[in-house]
Ligand binder design. Structure first.
Ligand code: FES
Length: 650
């Protein structure tokens, strides 16, 4: 007779197991992730499952509650003390008695939360590098003089299968005290990143400890964003952000590199500033989530190359000039306290690999999150900042480049530009007949409808135009015929509209007449030029990668980063920032780099996945490509001199 068949849902993994096998063991054997903290003692309740009843013809399984063992003494005790929801069983106690279809319900519930918060459409299967393992250690025996730590290791191997365990040195003097305090029952936090590496005891607690957290952090030049996540449930406990204090050393990346070059203590000062900000942010997410920062055992970081180097204490000078040599490109793994991150003393830290000198671990995070290499469609992934990081590819091949878009898209170098903040104009519509504008202002309550926005000239405290609105206003100017394909403001319109005003030898568009001490907001010919230069740099970078891939069009476009979240894809295409594509296929994915960090935190397999993928990505250095200049010149025109945009006109 063959052994009963056990099928796990929703993964669909299945296998045959002898009658009497604990369901948890069956899950482990098949690589189905079912949580367990108490090691099958029926005390933690983490291993709950449900039996699906019915006749599953396709799998030739008849599954019913008769095919699972009745509740034993331990499970009954757990149910009495802690309660067990209707239909739920403890998989560590329940055993296989016949064919079974098992639902692993916790995963689906928890992952749904992760998915929602991370604005990602994938399920992050959990396989964290840190596990909490409860054991009951034998009491000392004069006849067997094995040390307390050694007997702890024996039990961790016996109950949890951990072989060749190492222990964080700071724990060694504490072992005896903790074992006695827990009356020989202790929970060990075990870290293992790679299957081939030796596992480490990184934390030890008296009794059963049911909590372990991790952080996933994206260090951007302007903003640092962080998720605090339960490593046991996968739930995002809190998310927050703060501005990067390095801004005081220089707004953009290159000015920060110059700061390092000009000031002997520059590197140190910036490293200190960013680490302090990270520690403050950890405090903030912990407070929000009601978590003790010492319960954080794993930290994953992504950052652009210069932030990555400064955070790690590496001088970024080499990244400031060709050949843009990274001090280290591979993923790194070490103790968090070594770079002064204030979490549990035994916590580990992992950084994703950098792709190239200008395409950092943040781009690797975004690549992991969006996964162009996981699909057949040709995907364009762009993260727009002062440098655009561009990834293009599919299952066959992925290429990457960066392009110097400059700070125009962030509102810098634009006469009325400002950061997105209250008082900034964020949306603009221009009536093509009257040339009168309507706009939305951040922090000002206004209605908007299909046609556009309430006229908001009445609003007060309007201080500037933010990056996304600059794209819109230039695109609207083009659509209203105020600027030509070459980007020249048409001065002849000044005769019919007071909105077109002369400005020396060129003309400007008057967006808002300042009042009560507010600045007057205009879009000048220089502003239009700055946007043209920035968009041409982005488009030329994209086009170069399309040529490398030998494709005329892309199937799908993902905008990562804050800028991408606010920009309207239609206007991005009107201006020719991005190539022609179905508008439905253009999506803003928010902080995709942060989502990638989250994936690497919750599942160590994702670390291997992106490490491998980054090795395969072909890096293109735009500065060395002979036809980049021509592509750039063609891309100065709106939307482009040579490339058609058929989907846009449709
Ligand atoms: Fe802890 Fe089952 S593993 S209750």
């Amino acid at each position: 007779i063959t052994d009963p068949l056990v099928l796990f849902m929703p993964s669909g993994k299945r296998g045959r197991f002898p009658v009497g096998t604990p369901i948890l063991d069956a899950a482990r054997t098949l690589g189905v992730y079912v949580e367990s903290v108490c090691g099958g003692r029926a005390t933690c309740g983490r291993c709950q499952i449900e039996v699906q009843e019915g006749n599953f013809a396709k799998h030739k399984i008849v599954s019913s509650n008769d095919h699972i063992s009745p509740k034993g003494a331990k499970e009954q005790r757990y149910e009495k003390v802690r309660g067990l929801p209707e239909g739920r069983r403890l998989s560590c106690s329940a055993t296989v008695q016949g064919d079974l279809v098992i639902d692993v319900p916790q995963d689906t519930v928890i992952n749904a939360q992760v998915v929602r918060k991370a604005a990602s459409d994938r399920v992050i299967e959990r396989n964290a590098a840190v596990q909490m393992c409860y054991v009951e250690v034998d009491e000392p025996d004069m006849h067997k003089p094995l040390g307390d730590l050694d007997r702890l290791k024996v039990m961790l191997e016996k109950d949890w299968g951990w072989k060749d365990l190492l222990i964080a040195p700071h724990l060694i003097p504490q072992v005896q005290g903790i074992l006695r305090k827990g009356n020989w029952g202790v929970t060990a936090a075990i870290h293992r990143d790679m299957d081939s590496s030796r596992p480490f005891i990184i934390g030890l607690f008296p009794g059963l400890k049911n909590e372990a957290y991790g952080i996933a952090c994206d260090i951007g030049s302007t903003t640092i964003a962080m998720h605090l996540v339960s490593l046991l449930s996968g739930r995002i406990v809190a998310s927050s952000g703060t501005s990067n204090p390095q801004i005081r050393f220089g707004e953009d990346l290159m000015s920060r590199v110059s700061y390092v070059m000009m000031n002997p203590d520059g590197r140190e000062a910036m490293t200190k500033a960013v680490r302090e900000a990270v520690n403050t942010l950890i405090g903030k997410v912990c407070e929000e989530g009601g978590v003790d920062r010492h319960d954080i055992f794993d930290c994953v970081f992504v950052a652009n190359p210069i932030m990555h180097h400064l955070f790690l204490g590496i001088d970024p000078t080499e990244l400031g000039q060709a050949p843009f040599a990274l001090a280290v490109s591979g993923a790194l793994q070490f103790w968090a306290h070594e770079i002064d991150i204030d979490v549990n003393r035994g916590a580990r830290l992992y950084t994703l690999p950098c792709i190239a000198g200008h395409v950092g671990a943040d781009a690797a995070g975004a690549t992991l999150s969006e996964g162009p290499y996981r699909q057949d469609k040709m995907m364009l992934l762009v993260d727009v900042g002062t440098n655009a990081e561009i990834i293009l590819g599919n299952r066959q091949r992925v290429v990457a480049a960066s392009s110097p878009t400059g700070p125009a898209f962030e509102g810098a170098e634009i006469s009325s530009g400002q950061r997105a903040a209250p008082g900034a104009i964020e949306r603009v519509r221009i009536d093509p007949l009257t040339l009168e504008p309507k706009y939305r202002v951040i922090g000002v309550e206004q209605w908007s409808d299909e046609e556009g926005f309430e006229e908001a000239s009445w609003a007060t405290g309007v201080t500037g135009i933010c990056g996304s609105a600059i794209i819109e206003v230039v695109a609207e100017m083009y659509l209203a015929g105020i600027i030509s394909e070459d980007g020249v403001v048409d001065g002849s319109l000044a005769a019919t509209s007071p909105r077109i005003i002369q400005n020396g030898r060129t003309f400007s568009y008057l967006l808002r007449e300042g009042r009560q001490g507010e600045p007057r907001l205009t879009v000048t010919q220089n502003d239009v030029r700055a946007i043209q230069l920035a968009k041409a740099a982005l488009y030329a970078g994209v086009k170069l990668l399309m040529e490398k891939q030998g494709v005329e069009t892309v199937d799908t476009i993902r905008f990562a980063g804050a800028f991408g979240s606010f920009i309207d894809p239609k206007y991005a295409m009107v201006l020719g920032l991005i190539p022609d594509c179905d508008l439905d296929e253009v999506k803003a994915v928010g902080n995709a780099a942060g989502t990638g960090a989250l994936m690497a935190l919750l599942n160590r397999n994702h670390r291997r996945e992106i490490e491998k993928e980054v090795g395969l990505i072909e890096k293109i250095e735009t500065a060395l490509e002979p036809n980049f200049q021509q592509l750039f010149i063609d891309a100065m025109a709106l939307p482009n001199k040579v490339d058609p945009f058929p989907k846009l006109s449709a």
